[in-house]
Design a protein around this ligand. Sequence first.
Ligand SMILES: NC(=O)c1ccc[n+]([C@@H]2O[C@H](COP(=O)([O-])OP(=O)(O)OC[C@H]3O[C@@H](n4cnc5c(N)ncnc54)[C@H](O)[C@@H]3O)[C@@H](O)[C@H]2O)c1
Ligand SMILES: [Zn+2]
Length: 356
Amino acid sequence: MHIPSTGYSIYHSNGVFAQLQAFIEERYPTHSIVVLVDDNTFELCLPVVAGYSDSIANAEVIEIPSGEANKTLENVQHIWESLTGLGIDRNTLLINLGGGLVSDMGGFAASTFKRGIPFINIPTSLLAMVDASVGGKTGFDFNGIKNHIGLFTNPQAVFVDPVFLNSLPERELYSGFAEMIKHALIADAGLWAELKNINPTNADDVARYIPRSIEIKNTLVTSDPFDNAARKALNFGHTFGHAIESYFIGADNELLHGEAIAIGMVCESFVAVEKGLITPTVLKEIEELIATHFSFAALDEYDEEAIMVLMGQDKKNSSGNINMALIAGIGSCQTNIAVGADEIKKALHYCKALSY
Ligand SMILES: NC(=O)c1ccc[n+]([C@@H]2O[C@H](COP(=O)([O-])OP(=O)(O)OC[C@H]3O[C@@H](n4cnc5c(N)ncnc54)[C@H](O)[C@@H]3O)[C@@H](O)[C@H]2O)c1
Ligand SMILES: [Zn+2]
């Protein structure tokens, strides 16, 4: 399957790496190839792709440490230094083989190195397949704020093969599933009905819905590449979610991105009820599915003021308001809704009560 995006394509199939090899030979016959991995994807994913692609088997490899705490300027610098050490010139293609951490940092490092070298994303986590590898947002965390420094910059192509889900830890499968739930809630009631009935830890079950989930994200980003209008719908669950995620970075009970977004979607669905956009029955339906797969326990221990300060850093704010994308029914979303501090506190209290 082939989904056209803004100047590049997303290729999805089992065994897609044969196509990757043909793509490299046709488009980059004389380029040096460098693969960026983290410690896990070095061990578990690189041999899989190398089995299909001589270009990857013979490539130079740069490794960064896994984990959100490593999504830092120091590791971007490590990528720049490694490229420099390899004597890399602009006739080089960087292949980001990993989850969202690798594609966000690799895309940023590639696009800033010598004013930009091309890159390809091969997402290996569910979250990166349905979300992070598509849409052109790259960057790293800075001063404790998620994705504080970054660029919009597109890959030359994205190659998605669900084979990698087989080695992905269950918690990571759930994390990616949260973004699939988000795509359904903002754009596709039919998908929502299907996702309600699947087991997120069954990789085959999940894989069937990956292409539709990518399509939803891709449709929104191609209609609004720079996040000025329709694309903001993808931020549903993320205003609360990012702040909650940032708050727990480095803590014992650190949350995965999707785990924080799952809590954020319930907080924001609560706000949607307060705003009269959805009924309490719809909130309950959402809450029920999310509570089946995710825990609210983190909210048992949080500093409301600190989370509110972090929400104030959200890139979607303007003129002092906290702007949110809120669902207006299952499968529909409204953007740029100004939400006040009292409503935010009430939503946090509501979700905290779910943690008992
Ligand atoms: N650019 C975007 O539009 C966008 C969208 C959503 C999220 N993000 C970013 O993406 C990051 C989260 O992405 P993620 O969930 O992929 O996290 P991640 O890249 O940290 O990967 C999660 C974990 O799974 C491991 N892993 C990856 N693939 C594996 C595989 N096939 N088998 C075994 N282990 C594997 C990784 O090594 C890591 O330990 C966050 O930094 C978030 O901000 C970006
Ligand atoms: Zn997200």
